[in-house]
Design a protein around this ligand. Sequence first.
Ligand code: WQD
Length: 337
Amino acid sequence: MSVLLTGAAGYVGSHTCVELLNRGFSIVGIDNYINSSPVALDRVRQITSKDFPSYELDLRDERALRAVFEAQPIEAVIHFAGLKAVGESVKKPLEYYDNNLYGSIVLLKVMREFAVRSIIFSSSATVYGAATQMPLREDMALGCVNPYGWTKFAIEQMLRDLCAADPGFSAVLLRYFNPVGAHESGLIGDDPSGIPNNLLPYVTRVAVEELQRLPVFGNDYNTPDGTPLRDYIHVSDLARGHVAAMEYAGAHKGCEAVNLGTGKASSVLEVIKTFEQVNGVPIPYFIAPRRAGDADESWSSTEKAERLLGWKAEKGLGEMLRDAWRWQKQNPKGYHA
Ligand code: WQD
């Protein structure tokens, strides 16, 4: 039996492929490669010395998706596929609802047709919206502040409703905090197209001198050094959390939301300083105006993940930043050498 990963060639998806294969699982990957590269899947095969079937398809193509379920013995799904740029979602909300929401509806309908009733969903701490009480807990009220967040919220709600209607269904909603870093081999990593929206890929592209200086979006926040605090988590720790969630879903029915974070917060300036210290590479930066929608702070309660999944993050900020640099140094142009 196999685990189907949608968005398998993506940043978190490819790292989860590695963790699953190393744990002896059989996997099937699907991806439309609009924000990723098939090279990532070849690197997964190289890292694990294991092969697996992969298909290029868009989740909204119901016929193509059905053909994968007909060809492969799928018993569970880990659903990563989706557009994920907050700023872009504000400019193109319809594309985000069509891709993320409609794609998920097609996936769930085909899963029902083949009696696949276990899903791990790649959600996001963004569903906590403008919550200011830290650490963020899974039982807090939700509320989003951008279309990307609303798509994650809506898919979570669909899964809650599905589990209420079908007592045999299992869904674990994993709310990621800030995934950073890369597999220790440096063969897979974060490779956003164009100018990175997120902090770490921008830092590593400054480090390889592809970009000149890092804009620090504001230093007048209500934090110790004035720059926002975030819960950065190593992508390999995050991947292990998906394996733990899948094992939980295999033994339990119903719907559970679980944070995947470290419970520790670092500021933007701390990330810059730590990156320079552990890698010996200068990161020139300048203070730019605030970015709309950025919160002063966001970090995770880790209690439920430890209690329910028996999982906790193990890697510290230094290791995250060393691994992020190794990936970028070895792949200055990402997967598009
Ligand atoms: C982190 C900090 C910026 C870039 C987003 C999504 C969230 C999740 C993770 C998908 C902030 C600052 C950034 C730069 C900067 N993605 N920054 N200069 O905004 O916490 O979360 O990515 O699930 O849903 O909202 O992450 O990496 O964009 O920003 O100063 O060039 O770095 O202001 O304080 P964020 P980020």
